[in-house]
Write a protein that binds this ligand. Structure first.
Ligand SMILES: [Zn+2]
Ligand SMILES: [Zn+2]
Length: 482
């Protein structure tokens, strides 16, 4: 016992010495040494740094990080604001076959003017939108390329829970193509979704709803190649027709502030695409690797089924590169494919048969692309598995928070018997603990809270996106005056 105590004493006094030594080292500033020559510094520090000594890499022309990034190696949600002249693209879903690392196809584009657009919203993608630090009520415009369910399966969730989570003042607009006949158009899909969510919407109407359920549809003629589907606040979005086995598939091009983004959606390589996507900064298309027999062995899908699916619906890797070479984007990206080690190298080899410029996968989920006129940078976003949602975001320019009055109540939509047979809370709350239960909506009309009466923490968290938009807009306005 004594021996052990003695040993412990030695260890503790040893630790004490280390602590004192550390303190001394910290107290002493580093010694000043004679500087190296300017030539030596340049030779040592600038060798191999892109753009300063030699041109390196086959995929990196004009591709480099911006100095204001919190980290050039990874993107962490809520650590960076989109700059006034920047476009940020995040892949929220990247595959037709849903799996934990790859939700169904969905691409979020945020612009320096504060606008946010969703291009497709595949099943599961709302999880990544939340993990990326966006509130669901920040999304009010969704552009659907076509009505395969892997491109819009996340829509009912976005609509229902985006409304619950503060989507009271900006209703959702769904933009999408017509079909050859009305029953195959976007309007009909949304009508079907309204029917499917009938119970849910009535049930959620015991909560504030406001304009939440007033979903709008902007259905355009799928044949109107080059037609403008959206034009507001300096943003122009055009569409064109794609060959995807059935009429009613479209591609989208977004132009803003001299920057361009294209998402073709699904489809066969087609010369009709070229005039609408030529010279775009970031050109994203889909791509299927030519590995049908190998993939058949891995996934157990008969090879003919994969071959037939590609040859009637999709863009083979070789064709993706061929199209990219015609388009000449600053960055070429492919998505909507399995992101697997055995496939990726093959995909790159096939694409580079024709495309020699910058290329990156728009997969797996969480790939982030920052685009300015000067440079583009692609990072893996580190999305948490258990994120908490961002606070709902509100436009506070009217100086108040308005919470609309619910349009129904439990009394109206539930039989009294089942509510009255609920267990008396006195029976389960412990003695001395009984919260004031809130079983009726606490205000008569809309709740209108002047900002100076809103708790500081709520004002800060719920007005963050609005304040960012105002700050950036000032910069953009000053620029346009010069
Ligand atoms: Zn698809
Ligand atoms: Zn499809």
């Amino acid at each position: 016992m004594n021996k052990i105590l003695k040993h412990l004493k030695t260890v503790i006094s040893g630790l004490g010495f280390v602590a004192v030594a550390t303190q001394l080292a910290l107290a002493e500033p580093p010694a000043v040494q004679k500087p190296s020559s300017a030539e030596e510094v340049k030779a040592a520090l600038f060798g191999g740094v892109p753009g300063d000594k030699w041109k390196e890499g086959l995929l990196f022309e004009g591709i480099k990080p911006s100095p204001w990034m919190a980290s050039a190696s990874n993107w962490f949600p809520r650590t960076e604001k989109v700059q006034p002249n920047e476009m940020r693209i995040i892949f929220m879903g990247s595959a037709p076959f849903i799996r934990p690392g790859q939700m169904n196809t969905a691409i979020l584009v945020e612009l320096g003017n504060g606008d946010i657009f969703m291009f497709d919203i595949g099943e599961g993608s709302p999880a990544n939108i939340i993990a990326s630090g966006y509130a669901l009520n920040e999304i009010s415009d969704v552009f659907i390329t076509h009505l395969h369910v892997d491109h819009f399966g996340g829509l009912p969730y976005l609509w229902m829970f985006g409304t619950w989570a503060g989507g009271w003042h900006n209703n959702l607009t769904v933009h999408g193509p017509s079909g050859r006949t009305p029953e195959y158009g976007t309007n009909t899909m949304v009508d079907g979704m309204k029917m499917m969510t009938g119970w849910h919407r009535d049930a959620f109407s015991v909560f504030p709803v406001g304009k939440g359920w007033d979903i709008e549809v902007n259905e355009f003629d799928f044949r109107d190649n080059g037609g403008v589907v959206y034009e507001k606040n300096g943003v122009k979005i055009t569409h064109w027709q794609r060959s995807h086995a059935k009429d009613g598939a479209s591609g989208y091009r977004l132009d803003w502030n001299d920057l361009c983004f294209v998402w073709t959606g699904d489809g066969r390589p087609n010369m009709n695409d070229i005039p609408y996507v030529k010279d775009c900064d970031v050109f994203v298309t889909e791509q299927q690797p030519e590995l049908v027999e190998i993939s058949s062995g891995v996934q157990g899908v008969p090879p003919f089924l994969a071959r037939y699916t590609i040859d009637t619906h999709h863009t083979p890797g070789y064709a993706a590169g061929y199209v990219a070479n015609l388009v000449q984007p600053r960055l070429f990206m492919t998505t909507h494919m399995p992101f697997d080690p055995y496939i990726n190298e093959e995909s790159v080899a096939e694409i580079r048969e024709h495309w020699k410029g910058p290329f990156h996968f728009g997969a797996p989920d969480g790939i982030v692309v920052n685009v300015t006129k000067e440079q583009i940078w692609v990072r893996e976003g580190i999305l948490p598995d258990f994120p908490n949602s961002r606070a709902p975001q509100f436009d506070f320019s009217n100086g108040q928070l308005v919470v609309p009055h619910p349009t129904t109540s439990r009394e109206e939509i539930q039989e009294p018997f089942i509510r009255e047979s609920e267990i008396d809370p006195k029976k389960y709350y412990p003695k001395g603990y009984h919260p004031d239960l809130l079983t009726d909506w606490p205000v008569k009309g809309d709740l209108v809270v002047p900002l100076d009466q809103l708790p500081e923490s709520l004002k800060n968290s719920m007005g963050a996106a609005w304040r960012h938009r105002v700050e950036n807009q000032k910069v953009l306005d000053a620029q346009s005056k010069n």
